[in-house]
Design a protein around this ligand. Structure first.
Ligand SMILES: *Cc1c(COP(=O)(O)O)cnc(C)c1O
Length: 368
């Protein structure tokens, strides 16, 4: 691995392949894989990740918004792309780029029929989302008659899949709740399919759903966090390899006397002679202020150096009093050993938030 001379996010494609293979080892042969690459592939690089995955056995991609799908098309991604949360204002671009919308309520369903008719489409693939307990997006079973009445009157769209999303698939204390979601999904999809004269794909599971509810894989599964190396449990994390390593360097070292302060608003005051290192990474790079004042830490020569004082926009200061280090030395913010999940926990959040927050200003380096 190259030594960091600036802040970089290394992305390990071998680890990505390993994670995909581990997830697929849990699937039956016939089950398709959708790779979720929304939010820059969870803060890594959506186009690089999708271009790599489309040469492996990935059948579908998903993004949250239409712009994300357009970027993938422009980069040369040719496999189907599901847009999980499209906005009607961009439907023309969605159709122009062969992106497939998730339709989740009557308003957006009607708006899409109008847009696809206007663009002279026939059988345009759409994905009908049902709410089975997350209470975020989705039709309810009562809407099936409405959906059928509309579908019977148009040739512009065709239902490519019926899907729902689990609320607590990683939480084994909520197994009953999740099993009820699976049951509802079965009832709703059977009811809907019995009224259609063709059979759309069914999909329900995210990463933890795949791992914890093998009975609910249906025709396809949607994996995001697993691809990036997190299994949402100690047991599962052992099988995954985090693909991202966030590294930086020491810009400057200070030795300060007892009673001196460090950083804005003098948030840190030293109780003894203290050696500090200033690093070129701050809240504008994705290390939020919640990691300041001793909560978060970095690793320098294998040792923990806590963040002291407030996180600045472009910098953090860390305590290196007991660490032999010098200006220019490499610093690990997270890697496969000192993981993003562990760092996130220090600030009461989850790996998803920390990794998706690594801003686009941080240079990406690809290990292929
Ligand atoms: C983000 C998302 C996923 C992926 O979830 P992971 O927990 O990252 O695997 C799957 N389905 C939907 C609808 C999503 O929004």
């Amino acid at each position: 691995m190259p030594k960091a001379n600036e802040t970089i996010l290394e992305i390990d494609f071998k680890a990505l392949k390993h994670n995909l293979e581990y997830i697929q080892s849990k699937l039956q042969k016939k089950t398709k894989t959708l790779a979720v690459v929304k939010a820059f592939a969870y803060g890594s690089d959506a186009t690089e990740i999708a271009l790599y995955l489309q040469n492996l056995s990935v059948d579908y991609f998903a993004v949250a918004y239409i712009n994300e799908g357009i970027a993938l098309r422009q980069a040369g991604v040719t496999k189907p792309i599901l847009v999980l949360h499209p906005q009607a204002i961009n439907f023309k671009e969605l159709i122009g780029n062969c992106l497939e919308p998730s339709l989740y309520n009557a308003k957006i369903f009607n708006e899409f029929i109008e847009a696809s008719s206007k663009e002279n489409q026939t059988n345009y693939p759409v994905h009908i989302k049902f709410n089975t307990g997350l209470n975020r997006l989705g039709f309810s079973e009562n809407d099936i008659d409405f959906l059928m009445s509309k579908l019977n009157k148009t040739t512009s769209i065709k239902v490519a899949s019926i899907f729902s999303h689990l609320a607590a698939s990683e939480d084994l204390n909520e197994t009953k709740f999740t099993q009820n979601q699976i049951k509802s999904f079965n009832i709703i999809s059977e009811n809907f399919i019995s009224k259609l004269d063709y059979k759309p794909m069914l999909h329900l599971c995210n990463t933890s759903g795949i791992l914890n509810y093998p009975e609910a894989h249906f025709d396809m599964v949607r994996t995001g966090i697993g691809l990036y190396g997190f299994g949402n449990s100690e047991k599962e994390n052992k099988h995954f390899k985090p693909i991202g390593t966030l590294k930086t360097v020491i810009s400057q070292i200070h030795t300060i006397n007892k009673g001196e302060s460090v950083g804005y608003n003098r948030a840190y005051k030293s109780s003894d002679i203290t050696k500090t290192a200033t690093l070129p990474i701050g809240h504008a790079d994705g290390i939020g202020r919640q990691y300041g004042n001793g909560k978060g830490f970095v690793i320098i020569h294998g040792q923990k150096a806590p963040i002291i004082g407030n996180v600045c926009m472009d910098m953090i200061m860390v305590n290196v009093t007991t660490i032999a280090c010098k200006e220019g030395d490499e610093v690990i913010v997270f890697d496969p050993k000192s993981t993003a999940e562990h760092l996130a926990e220090q600030a009461n959040t989850i790996s998803y938030e920390l990794i998706t927050g690594i801003s686009q200003r941080v240079k990406r380096v690809y290990l292929k």
